[in-house]
Design a protein around this ligand. Structure first.
Ligand SMILES: C[S@@+](CC[C@H](N)C(=O)[O-])C[C@H]1O[C@@H](n2cnc3c(N)ncnc32)[C@H](O)[C@@H]1O
Length: 397
């Protein structure tokens, strides 16, 4: 008989045991009864209504997700050892496919898909940045930054700094070492990018689009390229490096646009053929339509329009409008690369917004390829919530 550790017992009230057994890592608060006063980040035992043991996970006292699952009975009694093994396995997995001579910025731990729910860990050169999905995760993984530095060192990756970015929008704090002053430089597919680890969006760069940026490099030769929602110029730098005749980068965040310009300089790319607009992308497009500016390759990578399931109808309308405007500025036979980073919008619904947006502009969108995030952002079949990125590339005739 397995002896259960003396952990607070959380009873799964709803009939969700099957989905949890299959490996879904989230248990919502309205699905459980739990003793009062469980501390944020405390390990709990989840049992069925007839008191059969299910899984161990950590408690979040505030989030609608009350428990994030860490271990099943098969994982043995030592949860610390489980976490350590997954931290190391995640790094070994990345080292298996990354070309580290060309790329030194990557996602080390992609939360749920790496068996470490509630955290995202990114490496930028000699720094590692950790983001937590709430106070439960922050407490549960409190010794993680030091462990990351040690685990990296054991695999030959020497890190000097671990930065705690808290939740999105929180102030960065140094967990190990010191936060670099200003931008550091990292390499991605041989290109150079400045990264502000304390203030940059996500942990610094949108690493999930790395392979899609590389795809754009192969499509850009001889083209006038428009990069909407361009952040620090990622797609534009690749397009310029791939032989675009001109690039136009638009982002509402003025500091991102200033960084985009610096990234062109960093890579020795011709600034004379690069335009930058710190402006709302919709306003830019409306103006471009009236002035008659046209592009051969348009990239659209907006922030999530659907933060919740309730926001889905409005989000689909916004994507359709955006894609109509994109089609209106795309030259006949030109290419549209349209992205969505909302997990509530599935691939089929997203493609419809490209087709319908194009049709509203009197054009036809013929899909060439549909991609997701790069391999350091894996997905789990049992966890569709984590499958968020869509990158559709097609021709507008
Ligand atoms: C998903 S990120 C783009 C990442 C970028 N493609 C890259 O490869 O680094 C979305 C960007 O949209 C910008 N943004 C948000 N709302 C905007 C708007 N209304 N108009 C233009 N840019 C906007 C944000 O500042 C952010 O940089």
């Amino acid at each position: 008989v397995t002896r259960l550790p003396a952990l607070p017992r959380v009873v799964l009230r709803k009939n969700l045991a099957r989905s949890i057994r299959r490996g879904h890592p989230w248990i919502y608060r309205d699905a459980v009864t739990a003793p009062t006063g469980i501390a944020d980040g405390a390990l709990v035992f989840v049992v069925t209504e007839d008191r059969r043991p299910l899984v161990r996970g950590y408690w979040d006292a505030r989030s609608p997700i009350a428990v994030r699952v860490i271990a099943t009975a098969d994982d043995g009694p030592d949860v610390d050892a489980v976490v350590q093994a997954r931290v190391e396995a995640a790094l070994e997995r990345r080292f298996g496919f990354l070309d580290r001579g060309q790329t030194d910025a990557f996602r080390w731990i992609h939360g749920e898909a790496d068996g470490l729910p509630g955290i995202h860990v990114d490496v930028y050169g000699r720094a590692v940045v950790v983001r937590y999905d709430g106070t439960g995760a922050h407490a549960f993984y409190r010794d993680l930054p030091a462990r990351l530095i040690d685990a990296a060192g054991a695999h030959g990756l020497i890190l000097a700094t671990a930065i705690d970015r808290g939740r999105d929008g929180e102030k960065a704090a140094a967990a190990v070492g010191e936060i670099p002053d200003g931008e550091i430089e990292v390499r991605e597919n041989g290109l150079r990018f400045g990264v502000d680890l304390a203030r940059g969006q996500k942990g610094g760069l949108f690493l999930d689009q790395r392979d899609n940026r590389a795809l754009v490099r192969t499509l850009a030769a001889g083209k006038r390229v428009l990069n909407l929602f361009g952040y620090t110029g990622g797609f534009s730098i690749y397009a310029s490096g791939g032989g675009a005749t001109s690039t136009t980068t638009v982002d509402v965040a003025a500091p991102a646009i200033a960084a985009a310009r610096r990234n062109f300089e960093r890579n020795g790319l011709p600034l004379a053929a690069a335009e930058f607009f710190a402006e709302d992308a919709f306003a830019f497009l409306e103006r471009a339509i009236t002035t008659g500016a046209r592009y051969d390759l348009v990239i659209s990578d907006p922030p999530s329009f659907a933060p919740s399931q309730r926001a889905l109808p409005a989000a689909l309308r916004a994507y359709t409008r955006l894609h109509r405007l994109c089609a209106q500025v795309t030259a006949p036979g030109g290419l549209l690369c349209a992205a969505s980073c909302s997990s509530h919008v599935d691939g089929a619904a997203f493609l419809r917004t490209a087709t319908e947006g194009a049709a509203a502009a009197g054009r036809r969108f013929d899909l060439t390829e549909l991609h997701g995030a790069a391999a350091d952002h894996p997905t789990l079949p049992v966890f569709p919530e984590g499958d968020y990125l869509k990158f559709a590339h097609g021709r507008l005739s």
